[in-house]
Design a protein around this ligand. Sequence first.
Ligand SMILES: *Cc1c(COP(=O)(O)O)cnc(C)c1O
Length: 472
Amino acid sequence: MSAQPDAYTEALDRALLHAQTWLASLPSRPVGPRVDADTLAALSAGPLPPSPTAAADVIDELAAFAEPGLMAMPSGRFFGWVIGGTLPAALAADWLVSAWDQNAALRFATPSTAVLEDTAGSWLLDVLGLPSDADVGFTTGATMANFVGLAAGRQWVLEQVGWDLNREGLTGAPRVRVFVGAERHEVIDLTLRYLGLGAPIVVAVDDEGRLRPDDLAVVMAAGDGPAIVCLQAGNLHSGASDPMAAAIDVARQHGAWVHVDGAFGLWAAVSPHLRDQLTGVQRADSWATDAHKTLNVPYDCGVAIVSRPAVLRGVFGVHTSYLMAADSTPENLGPGDPFEKVPELSRRARGVPVWAALRSLGREGTIALVDGLAANARALADGLQSMPGVLIINRVVFTQVCVTFGSDARTRRVTQQLIADGSAWMSGSRWKDRDILRISVSNWSTDAADVALSLTAVERACAAADRDAERD
Ligand SMILES: *Cc1c(COP(=O)(O)O)cnc(C)c1O
């Protein structure tokens, strides 16, 4: 084997062709996969072949094998979970990241990606309206970005009571109380498990799933000691955000660290029309968001933002002679090394597609992206509202719409018919003790035609569901 440039050309040409074929198929293919995983598993290549295969042939086989089982998640008519598409500049930049093959851990070793990620980080702080001196780390997703913020919080609140976590560990440490709203994302509980913090203390929420500051005040006052308050920007169902200013005021009275899970909802802060929903959010201590959701960069790209760089680097910094890390002292931290801000040491330069996405959009384009998602959610809600028997059960303030079609049974039938129809994809879920169809508008490319086609698909699904019900 040799690594002559030609060794790559044929395989990359094939990859480009297959990628373009896939992207060109999005407007017309059914959104859902045509085969399930069990069917594909039966067709898979079996044991590892004994002899080599040419790279270009491997890529052809891969594309042909995968095609029927791909979900058109980058489609403008994909509204499942909360899943962004990919902006052209971000996708192309992601390919370059792979071709460059930089280990993005160290400023000294890979200066280009370190500086591009620093720039992407400062652009993010700018558009999100967060403190310009915060540290930004690029993680796999929002789960790990939440882990980073909460890890920094754990370190800091224990430091406040004189407990050196790095030396003493958690065993025997004062109990850290973590407060969360009843409708936080489940991964918050998961990250608390990773962190050895146990189960959170649950605070009541209102009709839109927003944490109630009055209840936070009551439950915080019921105990004392180190505390973390974990707020949410963007409820998965309603899209609403916790009342930041009021909740942060309560948290401050108890000396708590405030972390915000804003996987998609933090992006409301970008828009002059939407940012009122997040007033005060910049006063938190740490924030987690995804670039692979609202910003529409490829997976994997979460963003961990921490207002106290010294704390963050105390958690994730590693100082051994072989790494030759950036010079920094507690007094003058400097930009730091990328690895001091995230759990991984070796990793791809996943912040570079963020640079490319923001560079291609500019400030105006970034605002237009976020406003456009919210406007399409509004348009879908308005169209659905006018159909008989349909009820929207959230206030549509951002990108999320929750719909019922009468009884739970009818809602489930409509959801099944819609997914079988294939021209739009929306998730079934359960909220406020009801089965719902949940729409999340997260794709940059969704346009008026996608909205219209999706509404027609829902109408067809309703008709088919009712025919089904009569037959039963
Ligand atoms: C998506 C999401 C997460 C998890 O993010 P991943 O990128 O999937 O790890 C956490 N919180 C909220 C509110 C989310 O929407």
